[in-house]
Design a protein. Sequence first.
Length: 407
Amino acid sequence: MIQRYIKRSLETVLEKAVSEFPAVVLTGPRQSGKTTLLKHLFAGYYRYVSLEPPDVRAVAREDPRGFLAMHPPPVIVDEVQYAPDLLPYVKEQIDAHRDRAGQYLLAGSQNLLLMEKITESLAGRAAMLRLLPLSRREAEGRPHAPLPWESTEPASTEKTSIYREIWHDFLRGGYPELVANPGRDVSLWHASYVQTYLERDVRMLRQIGDLSQFQSFLRALAARSAQLLNLSDLARDLGVAVNTVKAWLSVLEATYQIIIVRPYFANPGKRLVKTPKVYFIDVGTLCYLTGLKEPEHAASGPMAGPIMETAVLAEIVKTLTHRGIDPQVYFWRTFAGTEVDFVVETAGKLVPIEVKLSATPRPAFAASIRAFQKDFGNRAMPGYVVHPGDIRLPLGSNVTALPYAQL
């Protein structure tokens, strides 16, 4: 069966980068659609070679100049993380024809090893782009839809979704294969994904010894999603050193499995919490790791809040990342307990966002946003209370209750 192609927001950015830089490096988690995107846009003009087969990988490692001679530009080199030492030789080829844009399109599923080599070898020669799993707007065929605070169009008042459908979509997540094939067994797919991730990406990294212990770490971290991250507690529960937990977190961040959200504390007059929070980049991965299989259990169980927060954060981060922008997203929390779930920094302004589980928004939901707006004055933009229902309405001045489906 041929999988339908889903248009990605990154297409325009990628085509522009290819027209301006000798090389483009496209990274992102495994199965996020990097190969599909590159082939869709450039298959008619570019050769394609993957370093995943061991024999091809061996040639790239043992005879890099010979490998590049066999695969001259323009060429797509996929799974380049398997041979990061190839990159200095790519630089050599680029420097021989520095005026030619779009010579090499390099794709890889993790950047821990790649980034070091790219910084050494391709600085100034390569555009770095990231492709994450599908945003909701991409899955719905609206890849260039603006975020609410960017739109000048009148707000839609029509009902946008069915409550149960949202939680069904959360369980599925945003990986293209699952979105394009609704009949796939979601739990089976995620189980296979996690196992492949452990065996292919994690095993490559030297900090990891026992993969089963690392998988336990994944599940323990998922259970703490959207909470202030206490590394000592996590290390004690797993029976490992705090430095081990830190190293494992860096692996997850480098392989695009998690987002670390740090507190916003630009206001020096406040005593603010400085501990970060951790979220999974894909809400379906979070649901799988916490053992959830039914929409009803996801919506009513103890993980409902973290799932909803993860979905909101992921939509914002994916939308901005797929425009070639590095998202600046924080949370805000005082020692007194006042908290805003997310603060998005955009053009020097701050957009406060609260996430609520109730589909019946009330003015009281806006209290923490009002406290934030009072503290930050002109820097604070109108805020949003995002909820899983279908009602959009003002909660007083400068705060809007926003259905998740309209985010």
